[in-house]
Design a protein around this ligand. Structure first.
Ligand code: M6R
Length: 364
């Protein structure tokens, strides 16, 4: 049931504050100011490396997880898309954690990668939305997301719930590794608890984003830029747009622009820049100015400070609440999803059932 919404995708975008809160509830202990995982039969403190494997949107959660786990827990992380991992003969070692991420728990390549890890004797965990799925049954440690059924082919609420669980896992691993003081953990819990409200705030930009969508819908190509965890967000923005609007879109790490992609820039190419104010802001903005100088039609997604500092020559801005860098990916996912949604609506495509795509890819 779509409720009052025109599409399942829009309904699912708007459900996010509630389902992310539901998901966080099972991982946060606000009274103890701690993050908790379900009971496990292995020692998290013994983990020396992590391999994260997923497909599509779930693989961008893996990439963001790499930034978080390496930063907080100082444990090396490798990330692969499952179709590559299963055939590249990866090095499996004792004391390694194999982590799969999947909304459906049935994606053929991810399931095959999980089985490959298990045959190799690797301890496995899974961030999974469907609790009865094959992956949920086969992982050693199930880390459930509580997004509820996701109907739209374009993944939205599963993505942000996966990010919430990833933040909990990174925090727990950091504590187990002795890299996190109780004060630092208290701060993380405080910031995570702020997510639902910040997402609601982000959702209030819905109409503003709908207003700018017809202009973006004219484009043949759209580029997305971000740095740090906003680089996977740029990839996610581009995937979402191409899936449902059929506009060619690519995401790039901001710093890679001048190594080739900048050649694509002219005044017909919208450039969506994802840049919350913070330590990486000035770097991304300098890449944005280089593109503007070549005619790029910039849409800047940032907070009030960022927009005041760099919003001048843009064609549009989308203002987000000011949030801690840890939770920015959860909040910035919202405008990225809404932009793809409204561009697709402006183009008149089938948002919930895009051509050539299936909700769950159960054959390789
Ligand atoms: O169910 P999974 O999370 O394993 O699915 C992975 C991808 O097929 C999925 O994220 C796909 O990329 C979505 N259509 C993205 O919106």
């Amino acid at each position: 049931d779509k409720g009052n919404h025109r599409h399942f995708m829009l309904k699912e975008i708007h459900e996010q504050p509630v389902v992310v809160a539901q998901t966080l509830q099972s991982y946060l202990r606000p009274l103890e100011a701690q993050v908790a995982l379900p009971d496990m039969e292995f020692d998290l403190a013994a983990i020396e490396r992590v391999a994260i494997i997923a497909c599509g949107t779930s693989s961008y959660v893996a990439m963001i997880g790499k930034y978080w786990i390496e930063q907080f827990a100082r444990v090396p992380v490798e990330v692969d898309v499952a179709s590559e991992y299963r055939y590249r003969d990866p090095v499996l070692t004792p004391n390694m954690l194999g982590l799969v991420i999947s909304q459906s728990g049935e994606t053929a390549d991810t399931l095959a990668a999980l089985r490959h890890l298990k045959v190799g004797g690797v301890t496995t965990a899974g961030i999974i939305n469907v609790p009865t799925s094959s992956m949920a049954r086969e992982v050693d440690l199930l880390l459930p997301t509580h997004a509820g059924p996701e109907i739209g082919v374009a993944s939205t609420k599963a993505f942000t719930c996966q990010l919430a669980v990833m933040a909990a896992l990174a925090t727990n691993l950091a504590r187990a590794k002795g890299k996190l003081s109780p004060e630092e953990e208290r701060e993380i819990v405080r910031h995570l608890a702020e997510v639902p409200e910040a997402m609601s705030d982000a959702l209030s930009r819905d109409e503003h984003i709908a207003g700018m969508a017809p202009r973006i819908a004219q484009a043949r190509d759209v580029l997305y830029l971000g740095r740090g965890p906003d680089y996977p967000m740029a990839l996610e923005g581009a995937l979402k747009l191409k899936e449902i609007s059929y506009i060619h879109a690519e995401g790039y790490a901001s710093g890679e622009m001048k190594h080739g992609p900048i050649a694509l820039i002219d005044d017909a190419v919208p450039l969506i820049v994802i840049a919350p104010s913070g330590p990486l802001f000035d770097k991304t903005v300098s890449n944005m100015h280089e593109a503007e100088a070549r005619g790029a039609q910039v849409v800047l997604i940032s907070d009030a400070d960022g927009i005041a500092q760099a919003g001048e020559n843009t064609i549009a801005t989308i203002e987000m609440p000011k949030v801690h860098p840890l939770i920015a990916p959860l909040v910035y996912a919202v405008p990225v999803q809404l932009l793809a949604y409204h561009v697709a609506v402006a183009k008149g495509t089938d948002v919930d059932q895009p051509r050539n795509l299936a909700k769950s890819v159960t054959v390789e």
